[in-house]
Design a protein around this ligand. Structure first.
Ligand SMILES: NC(=O)c1ccc[n+]([C@@H]2O[C@H](COP(=O)([O-])OP(=O)(O)OC[C@H]3O[C@@H](n4cnc5c(N)ncnc54)[C@H](O)[C@@H]3O)[C@@H](O)[C@H]2O)c1
Length: 325
């Protein structure tokens, strides 16, 4: 039985990861400031006595250090999964302080605490955004990293700091470069955005950008499976892995149609004029997951199947929440 610290563990991916770790018999300590995550995502896990929650700003050195002191009184973590970050890319473009604080300083402070408390294994939630924009070929882990958003820049800086830490106190670091991830409990993202827009105005769905953006999507259940697989099987001390579907991705116009057909089939879809949804958005990319496939992991779903499954899940959940509101 291992003890895991999950920063951002009350968020969308963190809550799924916490559940999976607990299901296999481990113990989880969640550090989250609930700026986007929610207590109820992990409440039932706490009731089972297998998850402990600390409400803390991980970017704040004093608060974070106090939380780690409390943790040290009761347990000795074996590893950290660092997922706390800003997940609103446009917010970080408007104000670079957002990604400095939530995406980079959370990494800096987490590394400081790991060094201080002698925790030597780190798993990091990175992103396709570190590559930047390039339409020619699928991104591979060996490609240049030229991010076009502050979010991507601060994730890349985090990766670099983690790499440096493996030269001193870290014995092992896995860097997971996620694609777009979908499923429950969604806290942000294209499907949730479309479902909420249609609930607000059932007659039309406004799409950010011209709909021709094409990106890879993975269901969160598969993402968590891949992270666990890499953690168990990667032979590298510092391993960087793309995680994604084995396809070219799906068009945003197709996602709009899938969500519209599920939620409000009579609504009209209204596209914007820009080739991208927001500044810092990478409108077209695909992923090479050859390295992960060679290690032995393959996804079960393609991008479109992941979108369809997540649309069913998210629209049902939102309808239920609307009924309660
Ligand atoms: N969802 C995706 O498509 C996607 C894609 C690429 C990378 N990622 C990365 O995966 C990780 C998890 O993303 P997610 O989709 O679950 O997002 P999320 O917003 O649901 O989860 C992030 C969590 O971090 C917490 N948090 C943010 N800043 C914090 C701070 N300063 N101190 C403490 N807690 C803080 C939030 O409250 C939230 O619970 C993030 O690092 C994100 O960058 C996600």
């Amino acid at each position: 039985m291992r003890t895991h610290v999950l920063t951002g563990g009350a968020g969308f991916i963190g809550a799924n990861l916490a559940r999976t770790l607990i299901d296999r018999g481990d113990t989880v300590i969640v550090l989250d400031n609930l700026c986007r995550g929610r207590r109820e995502h992990i409440e039932d896990l706490g009731a089972q006595g297998r998850a402990t929650f600390y409400h803390v700003n991980v970017d704040n050195e004093t608060e974070n250090s106090a939380a780690w002191q409390q943790i040290a009184k009761v347990s000795r973590p074996d590893e950290v999964w660092h997922l706390a970050a800003n997940s609103d890319i446009p917010a970080g473009v408007n104000d670079p302080a957002v990604d400095l604080r939530d995406t980079f300083m959370t990494t800096f402070n987490t590394l400081q605490m790991m060094k201080h408390h002698d925790v030597k294994v780190l798993r990091f939630a990175s992103t396709s955004a570190v590559y930047g924009e390039r339409v020619a070929a699928a991104f591979s882990e060996r490609d240049a990293t030229i991010p076009i958003s502050n979010y991507g820049a601060m994730k890349l800086a985090s990766e670099a700091m983690i790499r440096a830490a493996t030269e001193s106190f870290l014995e092992r670091a896995d860097i997971f470069r996620f694609p777009n991830v979908v499923g429950l409990p969604a806290t942000h993202g294209v499907i949730l955005d479309f479902v909420r827009k249609l609930h607000f105005d059932p007659s039309r769905l406004d799409v950010l950008g011209n709909g021709k953006q094409r990106k890879p999507y993975l269901h969160v259940s598969e993402l968590v499976g891949a992270m666990m697989f890499i953690a168990a099987n990667s032979p590298e001390k510092f391993g960087v892995y793309n995680i994604g579907p084995e396809d070219e991705g799906v068009l945003v116009s197709s996602i709009a149609e899938i969500v519209r057909d599920t939620v409000e089939p009579k609504a009209s879809i209204v596209f914007g004029k820009e080739d991208r949804g927001w500044i810092g958005d990478v409108p077209q990319f695909s992923y090479s997951i050859t390295k992960l496939a060679e290690l032995g992991w393959h996804p079960q779903y393609g991008s479109e199947a992941a979108i369809r499954r997540a649309t069913t899940e998210i629209s049902a959940r939102e309808a239920e929440l609307n009924g309660k509101r």
